[in-house]
Design a protein around this ligand. Structure first.
Ligand code: DAH
Length: 338
């Protein structure tokens, strides 16, 4: 009978281990501890045993009965605790997922694109890995030309490099499209520059190119003036300074009036009253020839601007490195803008 009682206990513990709800517990409790359990049967059998045996078996039976009751109680307490944990407290405030923000360069880049789109420009792209031909040669910058010094480059192979400006896209666009057209080409550029407050080895430009018969400096000036006023505000003045680029003739650099001193001269603008924002000019006849165009039949203007510089001027950011340090405090300050 001892063996039978022990087997009964083993069955009980096995079933108890499977219990996951209070309903199931109730069932197991009825089967092993209630009036319908095997205990009344064990007790009546106990009565007819010889005295000595009755004492031993009776003790065993009592022991197992107490143990079963204790284990049932423990299980019940554990289930209750589990249930309490799962109760949903809808008075607690919800978890707010942190929202990302657009990067300031993305914000300004998109703004530049939107302005030119509204002026009838289409958006094209060019590859970041360029050939020497598109990056330099076709733009009238031959090997050993001093203009190459200003654009020290990352070379992958002798004739393959990370583009130093977006201007090579001018040639690609001219070969792809037929005039008349207006395009802008936004994108990343790379130069072997130091990483300091005003230089970064990776930066962004937006290139512009308009080709049609009879395009003049007047078209360039009008377009850029509208662009600057839309981006920086109606009160901004624009100035064209004569300059030199191998791929434009004539060439100009474009300045905007300093917003801090209103053109009077201050530390921000180096006492000049003006801040440079882009290079521009009329497309050089040789560049047209390199692209397969006849410079007698079409004319054009081009410009290229640095997005970091424009963003720094627009928001008063003193250090270009701030764009690339992933400082959340800095980046999230542009959240409200878009
Ligand atoms: N590509 C020149 C640079 O990175 C900028 C530039 C100047 C672009 C004159 C032009 C241009 O399209 O006409 O320094």
């Amino acid at each position: 009978m001892i063996e039978e009682i022990e087997q009964y206990f083993r069955d009980f513990t096995q079933e108890l281990a499977q219990v996951a709800t209070r309903d199931e517990l109730h069932r197991v409790k009825g089967k092993y501890a209630g009036r319908k359990s095997k205990f009344p049967v064990f007790l009546s059998r106990l009565k007819i045993l010889p005295l000595e045996e009755r004492r031993v078996v009776g003790q065993k039976l009592n022991e197992i009965k107490l143990l079963i009751e204790q284990l049932l109680k423990e299980k019940e307490a554990a289930l209750l605790k589990e249930e309490k944990k799962e109760v949903l407290d809808i008075s607690l405030p919800g978890k707010r997922e942190p929202l990302g923000a657009f990067h300031p360069l993305r914000i300004v880049m998109d703004e530049i694109i939107a302005i030119f789109r509204s002026l009838g420009f289409r958006v094209e792209e060019g590859p970041e890995i360029e050939t020497d031909f598109f990056n330099f040669e076709a733009l009238n910058i031959p090997r050993d030309h001093p203009a190459r010094d200003a654009q020290d480059s990352f070379y992958l192979e002798e004739n393959l490099l990370l583009r130093t400006h977006t201007s090579p896209a001018q040639i690609r666009v001219m070969r792809k499209l037929a005039p008349p057209f207006r395009v802008i080409v936004p994108g990343k550029c790379y130069r072997r520059d130091a990483f300091d407050a005003t230089h970064s080895p990776m930066f962004h430009q937006v290139e512009g190119l308009v080709v049609a018969p009879g395009i003049s400096m007047g078209d360039l000036k009008g377009t850029i003036e509208i662009f600057v006023r839309r981006l920086f505000g109606e009160e901004r003045k624009v100035r064209f300074r004569p300059s030199y680029f191998p791929f434009t003739e004539p060439s100009a650099e474009v300045d905007i009036s300093c917003s801090i001193c209103q053109g009077q001269g201050c530390r921000a603008c180096g006492e000049k009253g003006w801040l440079e924002i882009m290079g521009a000019g009329l497309v050089h006849p040789q560049v047209f020839r390199n692209a397969g165009y006849d410079p007698e039949k079409v004319q054009g203007f081009a410009f290229g601007m640095g997005v970091e510089r424009i963003t720094m001027l627009k928001f008063g950011i003193p250090d270009i490195r701030w764009f690339f340090e992933n400082d959340v405090a800095f980046l999230s300050s542009f959240k409200a803008l878009r």
